[in-house]
Design a protein around this ligand. Sequence first.
Ligand code: FPP
Length: 279
Amino acid sequence: MRQRSAVNHAVNHAVIPASDTTAGRGDVDEGPHPGTDALLQQLQRAPVPRHIAIIMDGNGRWARERHMPRPFGHRAGMKAVRAVVEASIAAGVEWLSLFAFSQENWQRPQPEISALMSLLEEYINSELRELREQGVRIRVHGDLSRLNGAAARAVERAVAETAHCTRLGLNLFISYGGRAELVRAMRAMAADVHAGVLHPDQIDEHAIRARLYTLDCPDPDLLIRTSGEQRLSNFMLWQVAYAELYISGVLWPDFDRMALFEAILDFQRRDRRFGRVDT
Ligand code: FPP
């Protein structure tokens, strides 16, 4: 059956989010997943998105609802990262891209920035071994020159120690902006033209893609944003050109295994035509 357009469909989800029933579940499921096994079986009957990108939003509101400071929400958000990584592996997703810290986030109050940087370090230090055992290859993209020494070292270690892993590619976008990524690619191209290794006639989509952070991974098939906001917020601007949008009303710390599976099932009901018509 032909679905509504992707955007309308996504907006309808923002009004009555399918995942609203998941609100309130925050902790990571451990061991068997009786509540989601049926959903997992269901989604495995159709192709799953190869690459899912997520704008994790709503940590602050989640904390405010509990009369707690914002870093409390970020810490809960870290647990949701764990749940979603595990669920992605279970579903057979090949790439997961998470927007963890934007360029604009540097303008937040210093204590919140410090809390986020410490959480990044903590996430890597506490999860790295398990991520490696699960076959997760970590990549970190963005202006990493702005990270403090400890966070930068943790990132370096995570990338180096998982470089051989092949089950799930986990792209963490930190200190990242989509326009800045494009500027970086254009500068690299200009330098190559200047050096005589690239002719202006060779500048095409392929040449641009080859200079993005995500040069060796497919574009996201599905872009999820949590907390009901309906913006791209400068995330993967080039790469999401044909991604299906899924707006979930769930605040990020409550986004769990079931919420991810619901998003994948919704994706599988879409009619992706990439500008073509059905024949
Ligand atoms: C947006 O919520 C979320 C962030 C700016 C940070 C995301 C960070 C995490 C999920 C935790 C750490 C992640 C890793 C990978 C270790 P917001 O603060 O803008 O929420 P609000 O819109 O409700 O204020």
